[in-house]
Design a protein around this ligand. Structure first.
Ligand code: GCU
Length: 429
């Protein structure tokens, strides 16, 4: 976990942000948004207009990835060698519909490096390798399905009433997150599902570089300038890329057709994973909000200052410069969405999830659209991007950028998954 050792610059800001945290009042009034100008995804840092796919790929895209590394998420080590070990195989999961396996993937050699456990479901009806959804989960693999034979995760978990004991998961946690993981529906539609507990990669608290992969890659991390070192979101995204390294060697999953999915902080993570690793064919952000799909400059709901204060270990130290100062940031989140182009990306919001600024998430898609069109895709579909937000539960899913606003709260539901599956049928099959 990343220790944010405090730079002089951040120190000067600390008292102000601590106060900001205490007195923070979220703005939800469109009329109170301060005027802003979004940085143009299609203008290079030297001021040239990007006119074709070649220029995007060779100049602007790498420039933007670097800007997000330096100013937002931070930069981690190069890809490490991975090794893996089969842990279990169940031939007749989900009433015989699926093969279920557990595979430990090590960030180096077994015995010398941390590992993450992949829970993998593949449809038994498949005649060749299956396209897959890969997503991190919040509470352990044993929470996605009540099946008592899934191994109980023994790593640190955030304490939750009824399902944990001294930050360890208990038997009563089995299946508690199953409404967010409709495994059978995914298998019935012909896809594989791969999930990993995010705390296997890096526990979600600030412990000063000791555990998880931050601790494992200590010397690599220390060779990166302080302000640009990877935060937890970048660490989780790194784990997703190493999981993809493994899936590219798997016998039942087609590693060239993997969708990366995540909810909330893990939606911020799936977006950064998809932006930094172009091998992901489809990228899905479920209610990711601030630091995810929502435009930071709108500062509606959660703001950059608020997120850096509540969760100081998620982003790079440099991101703190943009607390209450979003306009000074050289990038905004529509450019993150643009980094998926010409691959497919889906952004989902929920009507009651105002903290995540649904309109800001929608507008990020709209402002990413020109990049997708320049690269020869149809962006959000139609001749041009929609002029206003769609009605609730009217998904936009015919183009390369999908979007919906679901009725309800901050969550992942069967409605969300059914849109992702439709979208995957067009973009992943
Ligand atoms: C908090 C945080 C959000 C985050 C969410 C989550 O609400 O402010 O930025 O998305 O937690 O991950 O559950």
């Amino acid at each position: 976990m990343l220790r944010h050792s405090i730079s002089l610059f951040a120190l000067a800001l600390l008292p102000a942000t601590a106060t900001a945290q205490k007195d923070f009042v979220a703005n939800y009034d469109e009329d109170k948004i301060a005027p802003f100008q979004l940085p143009d995804p299609l203008q290079t840092e030297s001021g040239d207009q990007v006119t074709d796919a070649e220029m995007w790929t060779s100049v602007r895209r790498p420039e933007l990835v670097k800007l997000f590394q330096s100013h937002v998420y931070g930069r981690g080590p190069a890809a490490c060698k991975i090794t893996h070990k089969q842990v279990s195989t169940t031939e007749d999961a989900l009433g015989g519909k699926a093969l279920r396996r557990e595979v430990d993937v090590f960030f180096g050699n077994p015995g010398e490096s941390p590992s993450m456990r992949l829970l993998i479901y593949t449809p038994k009806s498949a005649s060749s390798k299956s396209a897959a959804f890969l997503g991190l989960n919040f509470q352990g693999n044993h929470t996605v399905d009540p099946d008592p034979t899934i191994s109980l995760n023994t790593s640190w978990v955030r304490s939750r009433q009824g399902t944990t004991d001294e930050n360890r998961s208990t038997e009563s946690a089995r299946g508690v997150a199953s409404s967010r993981w409709p495994v059978e529906m995914i298998i019935d539609r012909g896809y594989a599902l791969v999930t990993i507990y995010y705390g296997d990669i890096d526990p979600d608290f600030d412990d000063g570089f000791e555990n998880g992969i931050h601790g494992h890659f200590k010397s690599e991390t220390e060779s990166i300038p302080q302000g640009e070192r990877w935060g937890s979101i970048a660490a989780w995204a790194y784990g997703l890329s190493r999981a993809l390294d493994y899936l590219q060697q798997d016998d039942s999953v087609d590693g060239s057709r993997v969708a990366v999915f995540g909810h909330s902080r893990l939606g911020k993570t799936s977006l950064w994973a998809g932006a930094s690793d172009p091998r992901f064919k489809l990228v899905i952000s479920n209610n990711s909000g601030c630091g995810g799909a929502a435009l930071s400059r709108r500062a509606v709901g959660e703001t950059v200052g608020r997120i850096n204060t509540s969760f100081p270990h998620w982003f790079s130290d440099n991101f703190v410069q943009y607390n209450e100062n979003e306009n000074a940031c050289p990038v905004d989140q529509h450019q993150l969405i643009a980094l998926m182009a010409p691959r497919a990306v889906y952004v989902a919001s929920a009507t009651e999830d105002r903290w995540a600024d649904p309109k800001g998430e929608f507008l990020a898609c709209v402002h990413a659209d020109p990049v997708f069109r320049l690269l020869g895709t149809d962006g959000m579909g139609g001749a041009e991007p929609p002029a206003k937000m769609p009605e609730a539960d009217a998904a936009i899913k015919s183009g390369t950028i999908g979007y919906h606003l679901r009725t309800g709260k901050h969550d992942v539901t069967a409605y969300d998954w059914s849109q992702y599956l439709d979208f995957a049928d067009r973009n992943l099959k």
